[in-house]
Design a protein around this ligand. Structure first.
Ligand SMILES: Cc1ncc(COP(=O)(O)OP(=O)(O)O)c(N)n1
Ligand SMILES: Cc1nc(C(=O)O)sc1CCOP(=O)(O)O
Ligand SMILES: [Mg+2]
Length: 225
């Protein structure tokens, strides 16, 4: 399987990105530190998704950031994307895995600890856990679970998790403390006046939280000696 880093996961929205567009938003976000980019266009259809996805693939080439396509497995294959993200009501993970092949990255949304526990680590590479908070970006989202719900979802599975739903810079520390490998955002980057700066603020906070945690860890280890 392709390696990937869930630290800062941008989910693109064509409406919120309308100012500079999805490709420029992705380019800026990756320059600011985004590690994954998901093409999520619920309106365009496969042909449009493939067109934008190919432009995104060119824009991300050589950056190390991974390109994931939401819902549309056929488009992901046509684009040659790094992977696909499906929800509980989308294509079954076994079928998605069969269609994208063993090397591609497969993400699955979970909204409860039971769904997290049911996700098969042999098929699914990461889970999108949430929604942490209610968000107008996805009006049909499931019940918000808060940080306690996020902790329960993540604890129920051995699969790496990225948290999603209403997340901003101030949520990075509790999201990482909950056990998530990263934070997935739409509106914290898409449509911001400076998407690169917005991504950089998130990436810096992720780094700061991780370095505080490793300093605390080495301090504790030296006390234990
Ligand atoms: C990283 C990530 N997590 C969750 C979702 C939501 O997927 P889904 O439940 O299928 O809803 P839609 O995005 O398809 O509306 C996601 N896209 N990405
Ligand atoms: C795409 C998506 N999926 C969700 C889920 O809970 O599964 S919430 C969501 C939208 C997140 O947007 P924002 O960062 O603007 O709140
Ligand atoms: Mg979906």
């Amino acid at each position: 399987m392709r390696s990937f880093d869930l630290s800062l996961y941008l989910v693109l929205d064509p409406g919120l990105c309308a100012g500079i567009g999805m490709v420029e938003t992705a380019r800026a976000a990756v320059a600011g530190g985004a590690t994954m980019v998901q093409l999520r266009d619920k309106t365009g259809g496969t042909a449009r998704t493939v067109e934008i996805g190919r432009a995104l693939k060119d824009a991300l080439a050589g950056t190390g950031a991974r390109l994931i396509v939401n819902d549309d497995v056929a488009a992901a294959v046509a684009i040659g994307a790094d992977g696909v993200h499906v929800g509980q009501g989308d294509m079954a993970v076994a079928e998605a895995r069969a269609r994208i092949g063993p090397e591609a990255i497969l993400g699955l949304s979970v909204e409860t600890p039971e769904l997290a526990a049911a996700a098969d680590p042999a098929l699914v590479d990461y889970i999108g856990a949430g929604p942490v908070f209610a968000t107008p970006t996805k009006p049909d989202h499931e019940q918000a679970v808060g940080f306690d719900g996020l902790i329960a979802q993540i604890a129920a599975s051995s699969i790496p998790a990225v948290a999603i739903g209403g997340l901003k810079v101030r949520h990075v520390a509790p999201v990482l403390a909950a056990g998530a490998r990263g934070i997935a955002v739409v509106s914290a980057i898409c449509g911001q006046p400076d998407p690169e700066a917005a991504a950089r603020d998130l990436a810096k906070e992720i780094e700061a939280v991780r370095s505080r945690r490793s300093e605390n860890g080495s301090h504790r280890a030296s006390l234990d000696r």
